[in-house]
Design a protein. Structure first.
Length: 366
């Protein structure tokens, strides 16, 4: 497998990175499959990826990723710590929280983390992360102590990643994107600031949904066509290692599908919203339009209950705001000129159409 520069860190990382959620033992509701791997099985799968050239392994603190962090530590000891790059993260935004999290992660791993990210930073927590004494200052201190090598920001939001790109304390960034949700990748490609940072991209398979509709090689090549360091995919089986990491998959010459071609393919199954999650639309009432559109797509792509649960959180209020909005700034900001209020009304009707599914599955989970 070919390798790419990780920004200015001096590290070279494999084009495909190993996401460790599927090797955990336990139940993570957002996963399409539950592998429940024992440690020996997990090490076998991780070694299979390593033998194919993978050297970056991404995890998160226990219990967010179950026991995956512990298993990755065991693999690092088995394969040789200097042979791999460990990427770790935790969802703590204040300095004290992330400092303690890193200490715990190092104990679980039995070693240091090469990269450590403040995980899932959003607008609500951004100031806390970037302010004096926040999570970034703590990661800087941890670098000086040798507990981590490089500090990072992980976020699904372009504006947050851009702020990280401008901050000298940030060495690496982790964002999301795939051949359907490519709007943020397009903006990253157009912004020179991102060339200075190492950039990992997750959600390449859209939470495991897109391989049902497109070949894995198409999904991987589409993301690797952007100026990123590494595409992260969740792997839990030897078959998935082979499918993603064979040379024929990565080094072929298939053309990259255009966004219109992707939509045309999906139209055989449902009526997709032509949103690429560029995140330029802003609602004066606070509706996160691009996230609603993502959950709508996920509903039809195969994650119906999970998406319906997300969509049901505030969709009635969002639809009411849209009906009463006269300025509609979101339409003016949308490069694709999507009739956003109409689409949100469609999502509202979808949620109301499935109360039996929603209530029955909700009661099952109770």
């Amino acid at each position: 497998m070919r390798k790419r520069k990780l920004g200015k860190t001096g590290l070279m990382v494999s084009e495909i990175g190993f996401g460790t959620i599927p090797i955990l033992k336990g139940n993570v509701p957002v996963l399409p499959e539950y592998y429940n791997l024992e440690e020996a099985e997990a090490l076998f799968v991780m070694e299979a990826a390593f033998q194919r050239g993978c050297n970056l392994y991404d995890t998160a603190i226990v219990p967010e990723y179950g026991d995956a962090e512990i298993k990755l530590g065991a693999f690092a000891s088995y394969i040789g710590r200097e042979q791999i790059v460990i990427s770790d993260k935790a969802r703590f935004f204040d300095g004290n929280g992330i400092y303690q999290a890193v200490q715990t992660s190092c104990e679980n791993l039995g070693t240091y983390a090469d990269l450590y990210f403040v995980h899932q930073v959003d607008a609500e927590h951004e100031e806390e992360v970037f302010q004096a004494g926040g999570a970034l200052d703590a990661l800087t201190e941890l670098k000086e102590e040798g507990r981590i090598r490089f500090a990072g920001i992980a976020s699904h939001y372009y504006d947050t990643l851009l702020r990280g790109g401008k901050d000298p304390r940030v060495d690496v960034l982790q964002g999301s994107g795939n051949l359907l949700e490519r709007g943020m990748l397009d903006r990253i490609q157009a912004e020179p600031l991102f060339r200075e940072k190492g950039l990992l991209i997750n959600k390449v398979y859209a939470a495991g949904l897109l391989p049902c509709y497109f070949p894995v090689r198409t999904l991987l090549r589409s993301v690797l066509s952007y100026p990123i360091s590494c595409a992260l995919i969740g792997i839990g089986t030897l078959a998935q290692v082979r499918e993603a990491m064979e040379d024929s998959v990565l080094w072929g010459s298939d053309p990259i599908l255009s966004f219109e071609e992707v939509l045309s393919h999906l139209e055989k199954t449902y009526e997709p919203i032509p949103c690429d999650r560029c995140q330029r639309c802003h609602c004066p009432h606070g509706t996160e339009i691009h996230t609603l559109f993502r959950q709508y797509q996920y509903f039809f792509l195969g994650k119906d209950y999970w998406a319906l649960r997300k969509l049901n959180m505030g969709i009635e209020e969002s639809a009411a705001w849209c009906r009463g909005c006269v300025q509609m700034p979101c339409i003016k900001e949308c490069p694709k000129k999507i009739r956003i209020p109409d689409e949100i009304e469609k999502i509202y009707r979808l949620v109301k159409k499935h109360p039996v599914i929603w209530e029955s599955r909700k009661n099952t989970q109770a």
